[in-house]
Structures are given as C-alpha cells and as structure tokens.
Design a protein. Sequence first.
Length: 294
Amino acid sequence: MRSFTGNKCTIEEALRWASSCFAAAGLERPRDEAEILLAQLQKRDRLKIFLERAGILEEKAAAAFAAAVERRLRGEPLAYIVGRKEFYGLEFTVNREVLIPRPDTEHLVDAVLEWVRGRERDICGLDLGCGSGNLAVTLAFHLPQAVLYAVDISAGALQVAQANAARHGVVERLRFCRGDYFEALRGIEPPPRFNLVVANPPYIATAEIETLPAAIRDYEPRAALDGGSDGLEAYRRILKGAPPYLRGPGLMALEIGADQGDAVLALCRDSGLFHTLTLHRDYSGRPRVVLGLY
Ligand code: GLN
C-alpha cells in the first residue's frame, strides 16, 4: 500500500500494485479483482483497460484507484465502492443505505413479467421494502403502462430508489412512500389497491446474521437482512397487513431464502388470501420465489 503514492505510473504498474495488495490480503483472484475494480471505477471495459495497460494512469485517477483499493482491502463490497450495480440489465445507483441487488432477485422479475403478459394496461403494483428500487424501477421500465408504489421505512433508501427511478425514466409512474410496509400507505385517499405485490423482504434469521460473510454482515443494512428470530417475521407482517390493499385478480411475489419454501408456502396458505400458490425455482432448482394468486 505504502509503495503506491498516486504519482504518475502506468496502468499496468497500478494493477500490479493492487493485485499484490489483494494477494497479501488473501483475496482469491487478486489480478481479476484489480482489473475489475479499475474498470468499474473508470466505467470502462475491462478488456480496454487491459489493452491500454502500458498507458499512464493520471494522478487523480491513480489516487481514486488507491482509495478504492483500500476500501476493497477492508472488505467493502465492490458495488458500494463504485456506487452502482447492474440488475436485470439496468444499472442501479447504490450506497450503504440499500441492499445490493442480487441476481437471485431477477427470478422474481421474470416470474412477475410472465404473469403480467396480456394484462399490461391494468397493473397497479406495490413494492414492499424497495431498497434501491431495483424491483419497482425494473418492473416500471418493462411495463410502460403500470403504476407502482414503492415503500421503504428508510428515508435514505427512498432517496436512492427515487434517483434510480429518475435515472431510468420511470419516476412519473412511481409513488414513493416512507413507512413500515402497509403503514406507509395510511392516509392515502382513495386507498390504493394493488393487483401486484412484490417484496424481497429481510429473511435471514437474526442469529444467523453473525455467520454471514463480512462483506454482507459489516456493510449491508441490517434492516434489509434481519428477518427476526426465525427469518419469517417479514412474511407474517406482509400477509397480515395485505388484505385491505389487494384487488384481484392479482399476484403476490415474495422472494424467499432457498430453504424457506415450505415455511413461506405454509404461511401463505394459512393466510387464506390466495387461491393458487406456487414456488418459482432458480436455474439450479432451488426455490427462490413464492407466487400467490388472489
Ligand atoms: N427490493 C430490494 C432488493 O430486492 C431491497 C430488498 C431489501 O432491502 N430486503 O434488493
């Protein structure tokens, strides 16, 4: 670390320095990490960086890279360092106020878009715990006639979601509400009723949070992860609060932990809200989303 002063150096020298830092810190693919970090930081193609590695890294860029390497060495996720993450082909601004969107959650979007086909004009949707807005914004982007409410208890998260909605040109069709799930909708006249409800709620059992990789445990918002003592608390609250806000025929799509399929299906069944319940699986066959038709 100390050997890199931010003075003029070539891209290759900077990459070598960074990969030696990463190697010393025990990261698995230090050179890859270094190239990806620099490419992401400069919003350039990794291949291009590689091809131009004999070129000079300007002082400011070198200093920014050194700072980013330092953050990475402390274990911070790449997405927070570079301030963005791709989700379903769209780029989302992220910061530590929000969970980093995961590829797992793309299955939920797939399942919803499949159901929506043929009823595009009539969608009034609700995203509970919108975080970065990845679900609400992606759905609005792909459903140009839909209106969606995006709810989050965190003002910081709503700010990020709003920025992402503006960035992708869907802000006019999104309504942002701050509050604890359905409480956020209280007082809206006339009360909105939804034929689409989506959520990627916190679903890690509290005691398990300490066992998560440090990059998640130490950096991502607790409230976005902590699902209470058995990891199912958020589902209970969503199912309990939902009835006055549902307008059938509709779909509720809830992301779940890979081992929560049976438990969440049972909660949904007991709620009596749905006439049909299915599990949507990821490519490796693990259940990822519970779909309830009402
Ligand atoms: N809806 C966001 C996502 O899917 C945030 C979810 C959360 O904070 N638990 O990533």
